[in-house]
Design a protein around this ligand. Structure first.
Ligand SMILES: [Zn+2]
Length: 235
């Protein structure tokens, strides 16, 4: 390697280390404070989610280390990890992907309209290919937000959304939220996909529990919620 290439590489590595420093050195302790609303607020003492666990993984190093978007309220931190632990039993073959949460100090986070106080999280839809868990597309990182599924949750003849697993995950989130003094306040999923979701066995249980799904959405927001589901937690 030539000398200038070495210098460029060293510069790149040190820039990345500086940008990722908050995450590399972060320690979760104490309580978080959510001020304001999910659409206009801040987060004090946000907790950083682990980049990965046994059956889940954050979806993008860019989002996590550079954009610093892997933070949540400490209670939500507990809820998310407890729900994944439940899913180890309820859907053992699935590897989940967690998407954007909140900035370290909350506040506006383009292009999301909410996610401002650490009580919101995006979850990548689990997918099936010929009826088996399909993970290849999970590696798209932030480009996964750009995938477009049809009104039945199909990306192609073979690849479709695994609504049953998604519902099991939501049930686990609901259980964990109740156990930690929170509730699943709102789920956002593209309106056309809701009938397929509620047609599954676990989807019916989600319905029976009365977990609230957004009933009408601005067209752009609706279009964007086919590749992931958004959850707001509340008291
Ligand atoms: Zn969201």
């Amino acid at each position: 390697m030539k000398r200038y290439q070495m210098i460029l590489l060293a510069l790149l590595v040190s820039t990345l280390a500086v940008l990722a420093w908050p995450e590399l050195t972060h320690r979760n302790e104490g309580r978080s404070l959510a001020r304001g609303s999910v659409g206009n607020g801040t987060l004090e003492n946000g907790w950083l989610l682990p980049y990965y666990g046994k059956n889940y993984r954050y979806f993008s190093p860019l989002s996590y280390y550079i954009l610093n978007r892997g933070y949540v309220h400490h209670r939500v931190h507990k809820v998310l990890l407890e729900a994944y632990a439940t899913c180890e039993t309820t859907c053992p073959e699935v590897r989940f992907r967690l998407m954007e949460c909140a900035n370290k100090h909350g506040g506006a986070m383009w292009p999301h309209r909410t996610h401002q106080v650490g009580l919101s999280a995006d979850f990548m839809v689990p997918k099936l290919r010929n009826g088996r868990p399909h993970r290849q597309l999970d590696q798209l990182g932030i480009w996964h937000y750009a995938l477009s599924f049809n009104e039945h949750g199909q990306l192609s003849d073979r690849v479709k959304i695994d609504f049953e697993t998604m519902a099991k995950h939501l049930l686990a989130l609901d259980d964990a939220a109740r156990a930690n003094g929170l509730s699943v306040r709102k789920v956002i999923l593209k309106l056309d996909l809701k009938d397929d979701f509620f047609a599954t066995q676990s989807g019916q249980e989600v319905k029976r529990r009365g977990i609230y799904f957004a009933r009408s959405l601005p067209p752009l927001v609706n279009e964007l919620h086919d590749d992931h589901y958004h959850v707001d937690f509340g008291r």
